[in-house]
Design a protein around this ligand. Structure first.
Ligand SMILES: *Cc1c(COP(=O)(O)O)cnc(C)c1O
Length: 450
């Protein structure tokens, strides 16, 4: 619409200045506003004449940006925050200005090559074979669904007579598994977790065997083990579940959207033993691997199965079907894709893997320190000794309403962002620490308000 004229040039300077300032300065936490409040401030931004770049940018920087919580703030400890490194954020600007197409080797060979090296690092950490491979997808939800679809295609090839399919997972599994099962119209078999919330191999085996004895025409095509539950950071018995799955010819998928990031920290690596048996696994670099939204690494032990499941065939795509070229589109539920793994790749390439291990250890140490402070606090009860970087606790004597009031005030006072969660039907608080810039003082300041 516009050539790169003087006006666009000055807009470019403004945008770069804003982006750099956002990256350099500690951002405020900010917080949501109602649609009415926002409309009162900016009105209708879509107009026939257009606002012009400067004005539209002003609408964003002066108003809209302030109604978005800074997920990379060191005191944003809700859900799973985000903590992109400077390198990854800066490189996202390059990706954004380069019109890269990440779906096929023909169009994006250089980008796909780099993404694949980053995937290889993750695959090696997990101990999968060199023949493994995958793709960066939008998030863990799409990653889990894509893996399960591949698992069922594989099972259908081997067991064509089966008409009712079942996926097994722990009652603590992420909501995206239930959602995937609904989309795929498969039954979810819940494996009871033990008292610590862990799905144990023997419990998985007996649940599956018992279910199939009662439903002999059905087949369990996959089991999802969680390596770091979102709420408490609990890791299933990967070794036991993996072995029992292999014995039964059941696809072993590991959902490590949050937790498998810690594969790169030697101090906790043994917690993930057994992940090397996985037929597929996911980990979100946008959660705990210092990459910006949105990037989930989805890796298959045998990518050829995923390719059979996911390649789209159409006359206009036939030219892409060269068996020697890696087309990321073929490995998940998508076609057009942004080269979303590149910011992660750049940061990893620039900083080196040792730096990743160090940053990861830093967050693990802060989580351990936070647990210590919680235990020493007269009003708080730690729910569970953190294995990874989630610290869950109760405020003695508080109702759900008390937690909500406290949480709202904490954000309104711009001290921190910590929303209540629940455990065994009771309200709890949890800190999810993925940001190496979160300090002991940040934790202490928040605990002081309790
Ligand atoms: C966050 C999470 C997901 C979903 O990932 P998205 O990137 O939010 O789609 C799935 N599983 C686990 C264990 C998670 O923590």
């Amino acid at each position: 619409m516009h050539e790169f004229n003087e006006e666009v040039e000055s807009l470019a300077q403004e945008i770069l200045a804003y982006s750099l300032k956002r990256l350099k300065d500690n951002p405020p936490l900010d917080g949501p506003q109602s649609p009415e409040e926002l409309f009162a401030k900016v009105g209708n931004t879509i107009t026939e004449d257009g606002l012009g770049g400067h004005e539209a940018l002003k609408v964003f920087t002066d108003t809209l940006a302030l109604a978005c919580i800074s997920t990379d703030h060191p005191r944003y400890l809700s859900f799973i925050p985000s903590a992109p490194s400077e390198h990854s954020n800066l490189f996202d600007l390059v990706v954004g200005s380069s019109a890269l197409y990440g779906g096929s080797w023909l169009e994006g060979a250089g980008a796909v090559f780099a993404e694949n090296q980053a995937l290889r690092w993750l695959s090696n950490l997990a101990g999968l074979p060199e023949s493994s491979g995958g793709v960066f997808v939008q998030g863990g939800t799409i990653g889990n669904l894509s893996a399960l679809v591949a698992a069922r295609v594989h099972a259908r090839e081997k067991y064509p007579e089966v008409t009712r399919w079942v996926v097994a997972c722990s009652s603590e599994a992420h909501s995206s598994i239930k959602s995937a099962a609904d989309i795929m119209d498969v039954h979810v078999l819940n494996v009871p977790a033990d008292a610590d919330g862990v799905m144990i191999g023997t419990s998985f085996a007996s649940t599956v065997d018992g279910y199939l004895a009662e439903h002999p025409t059905q087949r369990v095509f996959a089991v999802v083990a969680t390596a770091g539950t979102t709420n408490l950071g609990i890791i299933d018995d990967l070794n036991g579940v993996g072995l029992a799955a292999i014995e039964r010819d059941i696809w072993f998928h590991v959902d490590g959207a949050y937790g498998l990031a810690a594969l790169c920290a030697p101090s906790v690596r043994p917690l993930f033993n057994g992940v090397e048996r996985a037929n597929s696994f996911i980990v979100d670099p946008h959660k705990w691997l210092f990459a910006p939204f949105d990037a989930c690494a989805l890796i298959y032990r045998d990518p050829a199965i995923a390719k059979r499941a996911h390649t789209q065939h159409a006359s206009y795509l036939e030219t892409l079907e060269d068996p020697n070229e890696w087309n990321p589109s073929d490995y998940a539920i998508h076609l057009t894709r942004r080269a979303r793994g590149l910011p992660f790749w750049f940061s990893l390439a620039a900083n080196g893997t040792r730096e990743y291990a160090n940053a990861m250890q830093q967050t693990l140490d802060i989580a351990a320190h936070a647990a210590k402070l919680v235990k020493a606090h007269p009003n708080l009860e730690l729910i569970h000794e953190p294995k990874l970087s989630i610290v869950a606790f109760k405020r003695v004597g508080w109702s759900t309403a008390d937690y909500e009031r406290w949480s709202d005030k904490l954000l309104a006072d711009q001290i921190g962002f910590v929303v209540p969660s629940a455990h065994k039907g009771e309200p709890i608080l949890r800190f999810a620490i993925v940001n190496p810039w979160t300090t002991e003082k940040d934790i202490a300041d928040i605990l002081e308000t309790l």
